[in-house]
Each structure stands twice: as structure tokens, then as C-alpha cells.
Design a binder for this molecule. Structure first.
Ligand code: IMP
Ligand code: MG
Length: 185
């Protein structure tokens, strides 16, 4: 859906569908150069990364395979709890694989630093990270993110896979959720 279907629920559109598409194409060219000749395993983090994964995978001129993990670090609110649980583990064996984690957003970075350590302990040849969005707080944790789509301000965003209470994932652009949608005002 486009933003006309969530009228009054967003304060602004931060990134348009066309901007996302162009940026994923740029990142794909970098990935193709970095992984030439390799069979990359893309590991998507459910559910937020589904749109990035689908569009990135189709844009890449590389023979990739895909796997998925579901972890939970957020409850129903808008702040990271710092507690990570595996809700669904990978089906693939990572030994000797070149792994690229595909994420929707890095906020505190807690989820990703935990995930990175977890995947690295499984004997892959390499593990790198791609995130579509990164918030300023992510700079506080020492996670080396190879590919970043957009640096965004410290606001709660929805759309293109990102949700608030499971809503807005199918919005084609990325917008800032209006505070009255979650602070009760
Ligand atoms: P972190 O552990 O604080 O880096 O949070 C990572 C996860 O929190 C992301 O993968 C998202 O699922 C969720 N998250 C963080 N910020 C936002 C946001 O602005 N909108 C929607 N989900 C978010
Ligand atoms: Mg996520």
C-alpha cells in the first residue's frame, strides 16, 4: 500500500519507494564486486527484513542462497529490551559459508551484536552485515556493518517491512510514525 492508506498516522515520509530501489541497486553493485565468484548465503532476520531481502536478492547478479532467522528483542513497544531470543533458527550449516546478514534496521545494535557473535561461532568463512537503515545510537556499539542503506534520525519508523505492533509492514515507503499512534496522546 502507499501512504494514502495511513493518512494521519505518519508525520512524514522519510524514504520513498524509488529511493529504496536505487540504494539497493547501488549496494548490490558493491556486493557483486566484493563477492565475485562466491556463493553467498543471505541470512534474513524475520520479519522486518523480508522486503529488503526480496528486493536485494532479485537485484543481485550473483548465485545466492537464502535462509531465515527469527529473533526477538522488542516487545510490543518501541524500545529494545536488550534480551535476544531465537524464535526460529537457520536450516543451513554455516561451516565454510560466506554469510551476509540482511537486516531492516539497527537501533541500539544489541540484536545485531548478539546475532553476529552467534553466527560467527558456527564456523563460517566470513560473516558481514547489510542493514537498510541505521539509527545514531548504533554508533555506541562496536558492530562493524559493511553495507548501510540509509543513516536515519532517532525516530520510530515504519514501512517496507518495519512494523509497529505488526502494522505498516506492507507500506511501500518508509515513514515516521506519528507519536500519537504510540504515546496515547
Ligand atoms: P536494536 O537491538 O535496538 O538494534 O533493535 C533492532 C530491532 O528493533 C530491529 O530489527 C527492528 O525489528 C526493531 N526496531 C528498531 N527501531 C525500529 C523502528 O524505528 N521501527 C520499527 N522497528 C524498529
Ligand atoms: Mg529486525
Amino acid at each position: 500500500m502507499d501512504s494514502s492508506h495511513v493518512d494521519g498516522e505518519l508525520t512524514s515520509i522519510l524514504i520513498t519507494e524509488a529511493e529504496i530501489k536505487d540504494r539497493l541497486a547501488e549496494l548490490s553493485r558493491e556486493i557483486e564486486a566484493d563477492y565475485a565468484g562466491a556463493n553467498v548465503l543471505l541470512v534474513g532476520v524475520l520479519k522486518g527484513a523480508v522486503m529488503v531481502m526480496a528486493d536485494l536478492a532479485r537485484e543481485l547478479s550473483l548465485p545466492i542462497t537464502m535462509d531465515w532467522m527469527a529473533v526477538s528483542s522488542y516487545g510490543s513497544g518501541t524500545k529494545s529490551s536488550g534480551v535476544v531470543r531465537i524464535l526460529k533458527d537457520l536450516d543451513s550449516d554455516l561451516s565454510g559459508r560466506r554469510v551476509l546478514i540482511v537486516e531492516d534496521i539497527i537501533d541500539s545494535g544489541l540484536t545485531l551484536s548478539w546475532l553476529l557473535a552467534n553466527l560467527k561461532s558456527r564456523g563460517p568463512e566470513s560473516v558481514e552485515i547489510l542493514t537498510l537503515l541505521r539509527k545514531p545510537d548504533a554508533a555506541k556499539v562496536d558492530v562493524d556493518v559493511r553495507y548501510v542503506g540509509f543513516e536515519i534520525p532517532n525516530e520510530f519508523v515504519v514501512g517496507y517491512g518495519l512494523d509497529y505492533n505488526e502494522k505498516y509492514r506492507n507500506l511501500r515507503s518508509i515513514g515516521v510514525l506519528a507519536p500519537h499512534m504510540y504515546d496515547g496522546s
